[in-house]
Every structure is written in C-alpha cells, then in structure tokens.
Design a protein around this ligand. Structure first.
Ligand SMILES: Nc1ncnc2c1ncn2[C@@H]1O[C@H](COP(=O)(O)OP(=O)(O)OP(=O)(O)O)[C@@H](O)[C@H]1O
Length: 290
C-alpha cells in the first residue's frame, strides 16, 4: 500500500512549477514536505488530492488512479488554507455533517480536542478568529478516518501554546492509529522531531527525499581555518559557506571521503534539518544532490 506520484509536471501560464516529480508516500509514516515560498508545495498537495489536475504525470494509491475515483479519494484528506465551510454554520453541525460523510469519523476525539483547544463548538465558523479557523480544520483533519492526511501549513495563525498542543495531539493520534501524515510547513525547527521522512522541493524538483536520520547522517558542517577547510572539502558537495571571525564553515551534503584524513584543525559536526534546508535551498548556492 503506497501513494505514488509519477512524473508529475505542473505548468501555469507556460511556466514550469513542478518538473517531472517522482515520489512515494509509504503508509504509516510522518513526512515533512519542505520548500521555500512558491516552491510548489500546495500545488503538489492539490494535485495529489485531485483539487487540480496536473499538466502531466499520474498519482495512484495502491495502483488505483485518484482521478474521478471517489473510493480511493475518500482515503485521502487535505487540510489547507482554503475554507470549505459555510460561514453561518455552527461547528457542531459541521462536525455532524463531516461524520455523516466519513463513516468512521472520530467524533468523540473531535469533542475532546475542541475542549483542549478551548474551542466553543456552538460558535459559527464565520465568527472564528484566524487561529481558531485553523484549529477547527486541524481537529477535523485529525479525526477523519483517511489513510493519508495532507496538512498544508497546519499551524498558520496558531500561537505557540496551541502549536505545542497540536504537535502533541498529532503524536497521540498517530500512536493510537498509525496513518500517513504529510506536513507542509515553514516552521522546520518546531516540527523536525516529529518527522520520520522528509521531502525538500527546490527549483521545481525534489532535491532531498528520505528518512530524516539518513538525510542528516550525510549533512555536515566542516569548520576551521579557511585554507584547511577548503582543502578538506575540495570536490565535496559544498552547499553553503559561512565566515565568522577567523573561522570558516563549509556545509556539505553527501558522504565524506574515507581516504582523506580530517586535519586536526578542522571540526566535523552534523547539520540540523533547518540548517540543511536553508543551505540547500539558498538561491545563491548551486550545488544540489540527492
Ligand atoms: N492556480 C494558479 N495559477 C497560476 N499560478 C499558480 C496557481 N497556483 C499556484 N501558482 C503559482 O505556482 C507557484 C507555486 O505555488 P504554491 O502555492 O504551490 O507554492 P508553495 O510552495 O505552497 O508556497 P508557500 O510556501 O508560499 O505557500 C507560485 O509561483 C504560484 O504563484
């Protein structure tokens, strides 16, 4: 069972936004979908959940197409910025309607989460603040019985306390009922510990895709005097550099050579996900690798 994106291309007004993307989302895994503003994350999620049609390529779930296939589409849920709800309808009613649509909707958990977030279910959707609109949509996303849940900017407008509450709820519900979550967010530091896999989009392509530990295992900071650092990182995949006082840092993505000793003056450490992301997607840097 997996969701496969094959050679998906999206063009808007002759401009390529996504260029022949190949991706597999495995069951029961939490993914981070990362990319700079305008990288095409929402476009990809909208294509996967059949809200827009790709210019080319296919998306399948267990080898079944998602286009005009309600049974397969029902196994997917996309929570996004778009408000699908009638402003005048009360939240209670919206939950009941959703429960009628999705047979196994976890109404009890929805009510419990609403309590934790201090969300009044008697309120009308249109009366909610930006943050509470997001909270309501998140609650629905965490309670639908879909196998693949796509969360596009799930913490938009949420204060720090509510973000913490959401991350905890995500872990709780995932532990209780494993399924796949694909989370698109710019708050990388906050979410890094939750992610099992990461996909990074840049320049219309996937530049990183894999398990977070595997990806970070080959992400390095090499620091020391400039000439020594330069000598050591020569011909390696240097994705960024920094200079602080007399110290130079080269950020490297890829395996380090076995046959090149690390000079005593040079320190090798691992990068965290955010630093790796920033360097990989920095427009001034050209070296990319998988
Ligand atoms: N319906 C559309 N018509 C024309 N261009 C579009 C359309 N939807 C998206 N785009 C363009 O496609 C590009 C990617 O947009 P998208 O919203 O997918 O990026 P994103 O990675 O989600 O960005 P952000 O992090 O800023 O939300 C942008 O340049 C955007 O202007």
């Amino acid at each position: 069972m997996s969701l496969q994106v094959k050679a998906v291309t999206q063009q808007f007004h002759g401009q390529t936004i996504l260029d022949k993307l190949d991706l597999t989302f495995e069951p029961h895994t939490i993914y981070g979908l990362l990319g700079r503003n305008g990288a095409g994350k929402s476009t990809l999620l909208n294509i996967i959940s059949n809200r827009i049609f790709a210019s080319d390529g296919t998306v399948t779930l267990d080898d079944e197409t998602l286009v005009d296939n309600d049974a397969t589409l029902g196994r997917l849920y996309l929570m996004s910025e778009v408000n699908l709800y009638n402003e005048r309808t009360k939240l209670n009613k919206l939950l009941t309607t959703t429960a009628q649509f999705y047979g196994d909707f976890d109404q009890a958990y929805a009510v419990k989460l609403a309590g934790q977030f201090d969300l009044d279910l008697n309120a009308r959707f249109g009366k909610l603040s930006t943050g509470y609109r997001t909270i309501f949509k998140l609650i629905v996303a965490l309670c639908v019985p879909a196998d693949y849940i796509f969360l596009d900017e799930p913490v938009l407008g949420l204060d720090a306390n509510h973000r913490e509450l959401f991350y905890q709820a995500l872990i709780d519900t995932y532990t209780e009922r494993p399924r796949t979550f694909v989370i698109s967010t710019h708050l990388i530091e906050e979410i890094a510990n939750l992610l099992e896999n990461v996909v990074i989009l840049d320049q219309h392509k996937i530049v990183v895709s894999g398990g977070v530990p595997d990806v970070l295992a080959k992400a390095y900071t090499i620091t020391g005097p400039e000439t020594d650092v330069q000598q050591y990182t020569e011909s390696l995949n240097v994705i960024g550099t920094d200079h602080l006082g007399g110290i130079t840092a080269h950020y490297v993505y890829g395996d380090l050579p076995d046959d090149r000793p690390i000079p005593d003056t040079v320190q090798v450490e691992h990068l965290d996900l955010q630093k790796l992301f920033v360097n990989l997607t920095n427009a001034t840097e050209v070296a990319h690798a998988n």
